[in-house]
Design a protein around this ligand. Structure first.
Ligand SMILES: CC(C)(COP(=O)(O)OP(=O)(O)OC[C@H]1O[C@@H](n2cnc3c(N)ncnc32)[C@H](O)[C@@H]1OP(=O)(O)O)[C@@H](O)C(=O)NCCC(=O)NCCS
Length: 157
């Protein structure tokens, strides 16, 4: 496939959330069930967010959170299956790590279940010594809204 017309965009206001939700559904096993409202929260609080476009079609995306100098983390790197294996994933990650909010950062982290070899080709190393995770026990914003709605209903009844 000729990819010369494929565009990489760092303006997150251009992202079409419906297309992004569809892209996650077909590409990302960990993000298949994300709601539009939650995706909107994630995009709002991420910077940079890079999107990849074949004309009007969103075919790739990645986002990062960064303090600009010490630590950054990359999230949700996806290229649509129709466009994988063409070098676009590498360019997507290179675009995000060369962004001014990441290019001076001491350590850039990411988590991956299956794609270690892909990231190794870009310069990432496996790191089993420093990573911990908290599976949050607290209710999500959506759960809080549902909880307060059901309390209101109980109160009315
Ligand atoms: C992982 C993903 C983003 C890679 O995108 P891509 O456009 O297919 O990758 P590229 O064509 O840019 O590949 C770059 C290099 O990595 C290699 N590579 C890509 N995926 C690989 C894999 N799974 N195993 C080994 N090497 C891989 C390519 O062969 C290429 O090597 P080369 O530079 O020597 O030719 C894409 O496959 C994807 O979206 N997968 C599903 C979602 C996912 O798992 N995302 C990562 C979550 S952490």
């Amino acid at each position: 496939m000729n990819c010369s017309h494929i565009e990489f965009c760092t303006d997150k206001t251009k992202i079409d959330l419906v297309q992004l939700q569809d892209l996650y559904k077909v590409t990302a096993f960990w993000a298949k069930n994300r709601s539009l409202s939650d995706i909107k929260i994630a995009i709002t609080h991420s910077n940079p967010v890079v999107s990849v476009w074949d004309r009007q079609r969103l075919i790739g995306s990645a986002r990062a959170t960064s303090d600009g100098i010490y630590r950054a983390t990359i999230w949700d790197v996806v290229i649509h299956p129709d466009y994988q294996g063409l070098g676009l994933g590498r360019k997507l990650v290179e675009t995000i790590i060369s962004h001014p909010l990441l290019n001076r950062v001491e350590r850039v982290y990411l988590t991956t279940t299956h794609q270690q070899k892909f990231y190794q080709k870009i310069g990432f190393q496996e790191n089993s010594t420093t990573t911990m995770v908290l599976y949050n026990r607290y209710p999500t914003p959506n759960e809080l809204v549902k909880q307060s709605q059901s309390e209101e209903i109980t109160a009315i009844v």
